[in-house]
Ligand binder design. Structure first.
Ligand SMILES: *[C@@H]1O[C@H](CO)[C@@H](O)[C@H](O)[C@H]1NC(C)=O
Ligand SMILES: *[C@@H]1O[C@H](CO)[C@@H](O)[C@H](O)[C@H]1NC(C)=O
Length: 258
C-alpha cells in the first residue's frame, strides 16, 4: 500500500512537473487576424507596359474576405476595385489577380499615384488590414525645344537653352557640337580644354563665358532619362571675329581701350 501511494505521488509529481513542457495538442492554432504584405511598396513602371501591384494575404481565416483598392492622387481617394469589380480610372484597363493583386495591362502616366489595398475579414479576430503602394510611371522624353543663337561675337558670353517637359523622371540634358558630345567639364577633354562653356545637365543650359572661333558649329541637345531619349535638330551657331558696330560705338564714346 505504502509503495503504491509513494509511486502514485511520484507519478503525480512528474506529471505536473513535465506537463507545461509539452505543447497542448488539443487545439488547432487560430489565426490572429488578416495580415497583408507586398513585394514592393514603391513600384516603378514604364509607360505603355503592364505592371502588377501585389497585395499578398499572409494569414486569414475568413473564407470570402472583402477586397477593395483605392487610388489616392493629390490626397483624394477614389475606388479602383469595389464590389468585386475594377472601377474608376482602371475600368477596362486592369484585373484582379489572386490573392488580391491588381494587374494594370498598359500603364499610363496618369496612373502615377498611391494605391491602397484593403482587406476586411469578418470571421477573423483582427478583421481588417491595408497596405499602401506608391506607383510611379516612367515617361519617355519628347523632342526638346532648343534655342541656339545664330551669331555670336568672339569674346562675348552667350547661352544655349534646351527644354523638355514630358519625360518622367525629369531628363538630364546633353549637348552636341558637330555631332560630338560636349564633355560635362571642358577641362577634362583635350579637344575642348580651351573652351569656356558650362553645362547644367538639370536645366539644359549651355553657357559660354567667352565664345571662341572654335565654338562655332552645329549644336543640338538631347534629353535623356531611364526610359529613353529625344533630341532636337542641329542648329548653326556662327562666331564672328569682331563686332564692327561695337568698336564704332566705343570709338565715339571715347573709351577705346584695347
Ligand atoms: C497602350 O496604350 C497606348 C496608348 O493608349 C497605345 O498606343 C499602345 O498601343 C498600348 N499598348 C499595348 C501593349 O496595348
Ligand atoms: C589650348 O590653348 C593652348 C594655349 O593657348 C594651346 O597651346 C593649345 O593648342 C590649345 N588647345 C586646343 C585643343 O585648342
Amino acid at each position: 500500500i505504502i509503495i503504491t501511494i509513494i509511486s502514485f505521488y511520484i507519478i503525480l509529481f512528474y506529471f505536473f512537473y513535465f506537463l507545461p513542457l509539452f505543447p497542448s495538442t488539443g487545439h488547432i492554432p487560430v489565426s490572429v487576424g488578416v495580415t497583408l504584405r507586398t513585394t514592393d511598396k514603391v513600384v516603378w513602371a514604364n509607360e505603355f507596359e503592364p505592371i502588377e501591384l501585389t497585395c499578398l494575404i499572409e494569414s486569414i481565416s475568413t473564407n470570402n474576405p472583402r477586397i477593395e483598392w483605392k487610388k489616392i492622387k493629390n490626397g483624394a481617394p477614389s475606388y479602383v476595385y469595389f464590389q468585386n469589380k475594377i472601377a474608376g480610372d482602371l475600368e477596362h484597363r486592369a484585373k484582379l489577380r489572386e490573392p488580391a493583386n491588381i494587374l494594370i495591362f498598359n500603364a499610363t502616366r496618369s496612373d502615377t499615384a498611391e494605391y491602397r489595398c484593403e482587406v476586411a475579414a469578418i470571421d477573423d479576430q483582427r478583421d481588417f488590414d491595408e497596405i499602401l503602394i506608391s506607383l510611379a510611371v516612367r515617361v519617355k522624353p519628347v523632342v526638346p525645344q532648343c534655342s541656339v543663337p545664330e551669331s555670336v561675337t568672339v569674346g562675348t558670353s552667350t547661352e544655349l537653352q534646351c527644354l523638355e517637359n514630358e519625360g518622367f523622371p525629369a531628363p538630364q540634358y546633353h549637348w552636341f557640337h558637330n555631332n560630338e558630345e560636349l564633355p560635362q567639364d571642358p577641362k577634362n577633354s583635350l579637344k575642348f580644354i580651351n573652351s569656356s562653356y558650362i553645362i547644367n545637365p538639370d536645366t539644359g543650359s549651355l553657357k559660354f563665358r567667352r565664345a571662341r572661333k572654335e565654338d562655332a558649329g552645329e549644336y543640338y541637345c538631347q534629353a535623356k532619362n531611364d526610359v529613353g531619349n529625344a533630341q532636337c535638330s542641329p542648329q548653326m551657331m556662327e562666331v564672328y571675329d569682331v563686332d564692327i558696330l561695337g568698336i564704332f560705338l566705343k570709338c565715339f564714346g571715347g573709351v577705346v581701350n584695347l
